[in-house]
Ligand binder design. Sequence first.
Ligand code: ATP
Length: 288
Amino acid sequence: MTSTPGDVAVHVRDLHKRYGDKHAVDGLDLTVGRGEVFAVLGPNGAGKTTTVEILEGYRHRDSGEVLVLGEDPQHAGLDWRTRVGVVLQSANDQAELTVRELVHHFARYYSEPRDPEELIAAVGLADKARTRTRQLSGGQRRRLDVALGIVGRPELLFLDEPTTGFDPEARRAFWQLILGLRDEGTTILLTTHYLDEAENLADRCAVVRDGRVVALGRPADLGGRDLEHAVVRWEGPDGPREERTAAPTALVAELGARHGGEVPGLQVLRPTLEDVYLSLIGEKETVR
Ligand SMILES: Nc1ncnc2c1ncn2[C@@H]1O[C@H](COP(=O)(O)OP(=O)(O)OP(=O)(O)O)[C@@H](O)[C@H]1O
């Protein structure tokens, strides 16, 4: 087994997991640095949840190296578990307890928990503290799940599709919560289907397809999109014009000089994260 340097939170090499004939994870490599927010993107069935469950110690792998906070989750003990926070896709237990009762209850499992009342306020549930958890909306329940995941001050937090079903306002509030945790030094690994979520939260992301990583990078340069040529469009005297260029600023300046000021209908287009993502998962040609 390889040892990892202290600045690595998650180390995965050549991970394999089969369900019968199905290769759910098929040679996946991943490294997440301490303090990073790392997003795993990919279509349904790509192997994201299986991978995360292996990292959390809830599922056994067939083969490959896995170290999470320096230990193999398959054999790690209670001490390791208290250093890792887990927010599952849909927790629906303890429905009869109130928010306050549940957070206080979970806090007792840890030696140095966060203050439950402060935590309830931090996840935006202060006015729901006396509400039974079964009466919470989906977004409120999710924020409670996060409160339970971080009450023990984990070094590493796993979030599996954290904002599925949220309204836009709740998503923004949730992102602020996650960025606050990142600022405190928590490493965060999340899976998501939302590209704007990756773009707003993640320092780096990996696109998983058919059980392996097909692209890795910062959201701004994933799939080399920062190196793509830009497309400049404008209205010429004889109709719409379009030019592909590596130097759009120079072209726009030249057009400006040519038109003596404003260029009619000027647009500078680059591939979006969505363009690149859809191309990587085989759904669409990238705008090239
Ligand atoms: N317990 C299981 N038994 C059999 N097959 C499974 C099991 N869990 C997952 N699979 C299969 O393994 C593949 C990967 O599933 P996984 O849930 O890891 O994907 P995912 O990327 O998390 O998908 P989603 O985005 O839909 O949550 C899928 O083809 C799925 O049908």
